[in-house]
Design a protein around this ligand. Structure first.
Ligand code: ZN
Length: 248
């Protein structure tokens, strides 16, 4: 027994030392390998764009002729921009290379997730967009109504920044959100507001509860998509949602 014990100790020491050497060697080998892979993956020439005040990803994508538009631009620069595509800061450097390259496949799936859009509320469509009527100051309905009882969760249709949240005349309690593509979504007649101006929201995030505040005949969500934060710059909300893959 003592003899065996004597033999065991040096053996285990030798194994420990060998393992330490192996891992040190492994680490030394791994670093140059990573470096080489990085060098091959990097584009030959890199085109960067410096963000100016007032820029949106959509604006830059159009001006710089980025294939795939702002979504590709966002995907190629997600590590710099972060999870909120609506927030780009002046001075930020964006690469146009990855965005312009056609056939980038690996990033497509995550692009769908991070820039995904959702319905603003679960409810039936009421008064449609562009219905004519004297009760609207523009002569037609500037949004789409979703018929839902007071207290139903209202969700941001896409990631963005809250531009305003508060009372706005006939709209009652209203939230306006700016999205990465430069468009605005508006949610009106809410019974309570769950967000405030300047706040970043994600797609599907609850922004308040539906209600019947403002000029209404009953509780519903009045939902608009606009090209500016102001009344009168409306687009077809359902067409916009469908363009973003929402079944509505
Ligand atoms: Zn309406």
């Amino acid at each position: 027994m003592p003899a065996k014990g004597m033999h065991r100790r040096p053996k285990s020491q030798r194994i420990t030392r060998a393992a330490a050497l192996a891992s040190a060697g492994g680490a030394a080998l791994a670093l140059p390998l990573l470096g080489a892979t990085g060098a091959h993956a990097a584009p030959a020439a890199s085109t960067t764009y410096t963000v100016k005040a007032g820029d949106t990803l959509a604006k830059i994508a159009t001006a710089q002729h980025v294939d795939g538009g702002w979504k590709k631009l966002y995907e190629a620069n997600k590590s710099a921009i972060g999870s909120d595509a609506a927030v780009i800061k002046p001075g930020m450097k964006l690469t146009l290379d990855g965005a312009a390259a056609s056939g980038s496949t690996a990033t497509t799936a995550s692009a769908t997730n991070t820039t995904g859009y959702e319905k603003p509320v679960d409810g039936a469509i009421g008064t449609p967009y562009h219905q004519n009527g004297a009760m609207w100051s523009s002569g037609y309905h500037t949004g789409t109504d979703f018929v839902v009882p007071t207290g139903t969760a209202i969700k941001a249709v896409g990631a963005g920044t809250v531009v305003s949240a508060g009372l706005d005349g006939a709209y009652g309690n209203e939230v306006v959100i700016q999205h990465a593509d430069g468009k605005y979504s508006q949610y009106a007649h809410m019974s309570s507001l769950g967000v405030s101006a300047g706040q970043h929201v994600t797609a599907g995030q609850q922004i308040g509860l539906s209600g019947a505040t403002g000029n209404v005949t009953g509780p519903h969500l009045h939902f608009e998509i606009r090209t500016s934060p102001s009344y009168g710059s409306d687009l077809d909300p359902l067409a916009y949602l469908r363009e973003h893959g929402v079944q509505v």
